[in-house]
Design a protein around this ligand. Structure first.
Ligand code: TYD
Ligand code: MG
Length: 453
């Protein structure tokens, strides 16, 4: 074997060494050297000449050919089906259901596309995959399963079999023999993804790779994969809840605004085409601490239930816990509620939860959060046919949020009769709505219309 087939490059300054070092000799940063293949001599050649600029209006293109995966929610997030020859990365915590999703997807795909599919797993044995497939009711006749971790072998097999779709589960388990670093390291993951990209483009095969999210929440190393692949999807969900969201983070062939909603059942992932109904199952009861809100996820409105529990503090320090809503935001809202709303929470623990395990990050939930805390504190329920949304400013004013119409329409569809909204929203809604609107200017008005004082 020739010497120095691989080199180590500093990710911070670009310095190159032939041995791995803990600290870059050039810039002095720690742990920045990653292994890569040395460029062969002559591989970088001067192109034959400068390329011609084209007039934008004269550039011709072909519509991307899109193929359905048989899973509507996945197709939607991909931008209307998977583009042939594209490389899609699906990231997510271990156990969230990535393997399940792709096994179902390749099955659905083969039904319409025909041909063979290849599912390569370095994580599970063929028997384990068979077991899962039985549970999922996978009946494709032409799905091949390969247990392999060496990238070169994997590509060789794929070239032999020429499948219509390739799935690699997961990118952290495959490795190329050309690099000496361990599977899952930045160098390996990057090199393997490059080669899979080349494969996908060369043979025009839609290729999915699964990537586990590391502890820091990034995909293997500092986002090393995201710029290589065409599309990055994240599969999210709390371990304790069966509900899952598929989100596009990057998409060269579509918008990143779409989300897909699924439920994990004992027979695999089930699509949820109307998410609101999932989150408000027992909406008929009036309970202190419960408030309904309309939030926007991607382009879709979802009605969610926010619950607060306020109880007396036992030890001197009041506790604040929040699940599904940003903790810092909750602290800020509690401060505004105390100072401007006049609700004394200094001796109370506050627990907040978004029912169903959804994470709501937009500011439209400010007002419902405030009202649910107050409702629990006073032990007075808020009418369960009322939906609430609005941003709260530090001076207690209620501010406008986006997409008022979309939120209200969804609320009306689900059967809400009344909406407490920012006052400026009143002149932004269409007349076709059949829901009573209550505009509020600030916290005290919001408390008054909700509790009568
Ligand atoms: P899996 O697809 O293996 O997750 P990942 O590939 O992201 O690590 O799914 C793992 C979990 O899903 C596992 O804890 C069991 C659960 N599950 C179901 O609840 N129902 C099913 O039909 C299947 C196949 C898995
Ligand atoms: Mg898996």
């Amino acid at each position: 074997m020739a010497k120095n087939k691989t080199i180590y490059r500093c990710q911070a300054c670009g310095a190159v060494t032939v041995k791995w070092l803990g600290r870059c000799p050039d810039c002095g940063q720690w742990n920045t050297l990653t292994e890569e293949r040395a460029q062969e001599k002559g591989r970088v050649t001067v192109s034959s000449g400068p390329s011609e600029p084209l007039l934008l209006k004269e550039i011709q293109y072909q519509q991307d050919k899109r193929l359905t995966t048989g899973i509507g929610e996945l197709d939607r997030v991909l931008g209307g089906g998977v583009v042939s020859g594209s490389l899609v990365l699906i990231g997510g915590d271990p156990g969230v259901g990535k393997s399940t999703l792709l096994l179902q997807a390749i099955n659905g795909f083969l039904k319409t596309a025909g041909g063979r599919g290849l599912y390569v797993s370095g994580e599970e044995s063929a028997q384990q995959i068979k077991l899962r497939a039985e549970r999922l009711g996978i009946d494709s006749e032409n799905l091949l399963v390969l247990s392999e971790t060496v990238l070169e072998n994997l590509i060789l097999r794929a070239e032999e079999l020429s499948p219509q779709m390739l799935i690699v589960d997961s990118i952290q388990t495959v490795y190329t023999v050309e690099l000496s670093s361990a599977p899952g390291t930045v160098g390996q993951v990057r090199e393997c993804s490059y080669r899979l990209m080349n494969y996908a483009k060369k043979y025009n095969v839609p290729t999915f790779i699964i990537g586990h999210v590391t502890k820091e929440g990034a995909l293997a190393g500092p986002r090393v994969l995201e710029h290589i692949v065409d599309t990055v999807l994240y599969f999210e969900g709390e371990r304790s809840s069966s509900f899952r969201i598929l989100r596009a983070v990057k998409n060269r062939f579509g918008s990143t605004n779409e989300i897909g909603v699924f439920e994990m059942t004992d027979r695999g992932l089930k699509e949820i085409s109307n998410p609101s109904e999932l989150f408000i199952q027992n909406s008929s009861r009036d309970e202190p601490g419960t408030v309904y809100t309309a939030t926007i996820e991607g382009t879709r409105p979802i009605i969610v239930e926010i619950q607060a529990l306020v109880s007396p503090t036992v030890f001197g320090m009041p506790r604040r816990t929040s699940i599904g809503i940003d903790y810092q935001r909750v602290n800020l809202l509690i401060a505004v509620l105390e100072k401007i709303g006049g609700v004394p929470l200094g001796m109370s623990d506050v627990y907040l939860n978004v029912v169903g395990g959804l994470r709501v990050l937009e500011t439209a939930v400010d007002l419902p959060v405030l009202l649910s805390i107050t409702s629990s504190f006073r032990d007075v329920p808020i009418d369960s046919k009322t939906v609430v949304f609005g941003e709260v400013g530090l001076t207690g004013e209620i501010r406008l949020v986006s997409q008022i119409d979309v939120r209200l329409k969804e609320a009306q569809k689900i059967g809400f009769k009344r909406a407490v909204v920012p006052v400026e929203a009143l002149n932004r809604v269409g007349s076709s709505l059949n829901i009573e609107l209550v505009g509020v200017r600030d916290i005290s008005e919001a408390l008054e219309v909700s509790f009568g004082r």
